[in-house]
Design a protein around this ligand. Structure first.
Ligand code: FO1
Length: 314
């Protein structure tokens, strides 16, 4: 098999960034295109915040606070404290350095530029060589319908610490949203599409919901490789397991496999979930077992290398 050169990854934030860092290290980063969820975006203090775009960009730029998985390393929060003095909400921790990113993005949008343009401006300024594309330039905020009513995704996750019971999830405005420039081409032109280990419902789900994206993946199904974000029934990161269960899905590798089977040729599970291999294969996907828990850079590189070395499903 000729090794795949052009890779397109679908990504949320913290979970995805671990694998992306591995890919970035083991391949020519200029051959990597990353399509990022923007359902997590929020307007705060008049600023457009795009957490997943920033998490991916900061990670690949080597400036991320790797303990938290978001924001800048060695960050300070003086501006946030001043905002609180003025009675402004401070439940979302916007650091001083991070604020510059949001001011720059918001200024560009105010000048009539697109979110893609802003994302590209930020990633080139930070020296990231891979293309980072928002899934759409149109706002598609994730709304969590919960026992406490409708919540913006960040309100649910950060302000309410994922405590409300999730009854439904929708992506406001998605039916009329268009994929950002280059997104569909990146899926069609890639030698391999990798679905990163992100929350299937609120990180990969919004990307799939943008009209045209799911269909393009289905058309390339044998070249789509998805890394399962659930290991041993637990999320690698965040509340995926809890959300899956609350919405009636099995919180397991098999539960995620059922969601991904229509557009995925190869499903990658951790050795901890080996017992589910036959049930997942019965969904019509090739199943590959690889260690997916990435604690060190060596683990990230190892998984990335292994993913690039796999043969397509048929
Ligand atoms: N996550 C938190 O748990 N608490 C925060 O205060 C917080 C602030 C924040 C600021 C900028 C940013 O880009 C991300 C931030 N995150 C924070 C992470 C974010 O809420 C989520 O992890 C992602 O949206 C999910 O990928």
């Amino acid at each position: 098999m000729k090794p795949p050169r052009k890779i397109t990854a679908l990504a949320g934030g913290v979970g995805a960034s671990k694998l992306l860092l591995g890919l970035y290290a083991v391949m020519d980063p200029r051959d990597l295109t990353i399509i990022v969820n923007t359902g997590d975006d929020i307007l705060l203090h008049g600023l457009k915040i795009s957490p997943d775009l920033d998490i991916v960009t900061y990670t690949l730029a080597g400036v991320i606070d790797s303990a938290k998985g978001w924001g800048f390393r060695d960050e300070t929060f003086h501006a946030l404290k001043r905002l609180a003095v003025y009675g402004r909400a401070n439940w979302f921790n916007l650091g001083d350095r991070d604020l510059a990113t949001h001011i720059h993005r918001t200024a560009l949008l105010g000048e009539g530029k697109s979110l893609s343009h802003a994302a590209d401006s930020i990633r080139t300024a930070l020296g990231v060589k891979s293309l980072i594309l928002p899934m759409s330039d149109d706002p598609v905020p994730t709304v969590i319908e919960s026992n406490e009513g409708a919540l913006n995704f960040q309100e649910y996750l950060v302000k309410r610490r994922a405590e409300p019971v999730v009854r439904d999830i929708h992506f406001a405005g998605v039916d009329s949203a268009r994929p950002a420039p280059g997104v569909l081409e990146a899926i069609l032109d890639a030698d391999r599409v990798i679905v990163c280990p992100s929350n299937p419902l609120i990180s990969i789900g919004p990307i799939l919901a943008v009209p045209g994206i799911r269909e393009r993946l289905q058309a390339r199904r044998e070249n789509v490789f998805a890394v399962c974000p659930i290991v041993g029934g637990k999320s690698l990161k965040g509340p995926s397991d809890k959300m899956l269960a609350q919405l009636g899905h099995e919180p397991s590798a098999l539960g995620v496999a059922k969601l991904y089977a229509p557009f995925t040729g190869t499903f990658i599970i951790d050795p901890a979930d080996k017992a589910q291999t036959a049930a997942i294969a019965a969904l019509g996907m090739k199943v590959t077992i690889l260690p997916t828990v990435m604690k060190t850079l060596a683990h990230k590189r190892k998984l990335a290398r292994a993913l690039l070395a796999l043969s397509p499903s048929s």
